[in-house]
Design a protein around this ligand. Structure first.
Ligand SMILES: *Cc1c(COP(=O)(O)O)cnc(C)c1O
Length: 378
């Protein structure tokens, strides 16, 4: 077996750029941060965890006096499941405003946990229906919790969470926001927003590698959640208590390498100029993509007013011999990996514009699209 030599770490080149919204293309320094082994209960590691938790609160614009960041092993869905399964008490009722598969996933999470759940999913191509939401709030006082996705990765739509949370708060509901694919890449001030739980993960806009998610929660709210969780490993309250009491200790084996990579990614974000600068880069990426693709005959699915900078859905070119798998393969040969569509009914594919990429990479991608399209004769 070949061993990596000390002081001579091998960081292999990536064979292609991931134009997928997580996992995404990470910076070499982030991948390089994983080339050491770490002890989980050692003070050095726990101090790093505490630093990561503090930095997450800074990004959310909240203070440790009122909020806490709890890290949770697993992919992003595990953190959403931890938040819902820990927040909603027995006898509570969750209302989900869904307009895509990640919204519907929250409905499924609640059902599996035996949580009473109601939802709307009027259209994947439009924001949630706020009139309908208000009618439901008026009609059904049994609703205790409200959940919504910020950046619905199914289409790339940015949902109006400010209006949704503010309406839910008018009626005194506890709010859970899945900000998985927007946190760190779209400016968001949790103090102004007023949501109680904000969920995201390591491998999206912070540009870390996959392995854990996190929940930023109001301390007063989380404090009430003892014993509510339907799951042992996904008990957000217990995870929080142990992280607090033992200053950065996770209850069960923590993804040490991933946390180190994440810490490096947080430093990179700061060096880039914070969320505002990152957002500007993602917006430039997305604009370059949308304008270039349109010129090549690929229409974005969403109107510009609802389109976010994270991922863009394109319709297949009309009436053509377009074959996604061949298109995908041709692009991959040219160094780019894209995503299939996820919405029902219309044939689409998706291209992500987050990760360690800039408009110049998107321009190279557009050249690859032009070449691949001519090979497909569409
Ligand atoms: C990525 C993502 C998730 C979590 O997906 P995982 O595959 O579990 O990481 C949840 N919600 C949204 C909106 C996402 O983009």
């Amino acid at each position: 077996m070949k061993r990596v030599e000390r002081g001579n770490p091998e960081i292999p080149e990536n064979p292609y750029l991931l134009l997928t919204p997580g996992p995404l293309s990470t910076a070499p320094g982030v991948r390089g941060a994983m080339l050491r082994d770490w002890c989980t209960w050692d003070e050095d590691y726990k101090a790093l965890v505490q630093d990561v938790r503090r930095r997450l609160l800074d990004i959310a614009g909240v203070s440790p006096a009122t909020h806490t960041a709890v890290l949770m092993q697993g992919s992003g869905t595990f953190a959403v499941e931890a938040a819902i399964g820990t927040a909603v008490p027995p006898g509570g009722r969750l209302y989900v405003l869904a307009n895509g598969s990640y919204g519907l996933r929250m409905v499924e999470i609640a059902r599996r946990a035996g949580i009473d759940v109601a939802f709307q999913c009027e259209s994947e191509m439009e924001p949630p229906d706020l009139e309908l939401f208000r009618r439901e709030l008026e009609r059904d006082p049994a609703i205790t919790h409200v959940a919504v996705v910020h950046s619905e990765t199914t289409t790339g739509m940015l949902n109006p969470i400010e209006e949704i949370v503010s309406m839910a708060k008018e009626y005194g509901k506890v709010c859970i926001v899945d900000a998985m694919s927007s946190f760190g890449g779209v400016p968001l001030d949790l103090r102004c927003l007023g949501a109680d739980y904000l969920v995201s993960s390591a491998n999206k806009c912070i540009q870390g590698v996959p392995g854990f998610g996190f929940v930023i929660a109001g301390v007063d709210e989380l404090r009430q959640c003892e014993g509510r969780s339907r799951s042992l490993s996904l008990d957000l309250y217990d995870q929080w208590r142990v992280m607090e009491a033992d200053r950065g200790k996770w209850r069960f084996t923590s993804p040490t390498h991933v946390v180190h990579a994440f810490s490096r990614a947080l430093r990179d974000l700061e060096e880039e100029g914070g969320v505002a600068a990152r957002h500007a880069r993602y917006v430039a990426n997305q604009r370059t993509l949308a304008v270039g693709m349109r010129a090549l005959g690929f229409e974005p699915l969403l109107p510009e007013e609802w389109q976010g900078p994270i991922i863009t859905t394109f319709r297949y070119p009309p009436g053509s011999a377009f074959e996604f798998v061949r298109f995908y393969t041709l692009l991959k040969e040219r160094g780019f990996v894209i995503y299939p569509g996820k919405i029902t009914r219309i044939e689409t594919f998706r291209v992500g514009t987050i990760g360690d990429i800039g408009p110049e990479d998107v321009a190279r991608f557009l050249a690859a699209v032009e070449e691949s399209r001519s090979r497909l004769a569409v």
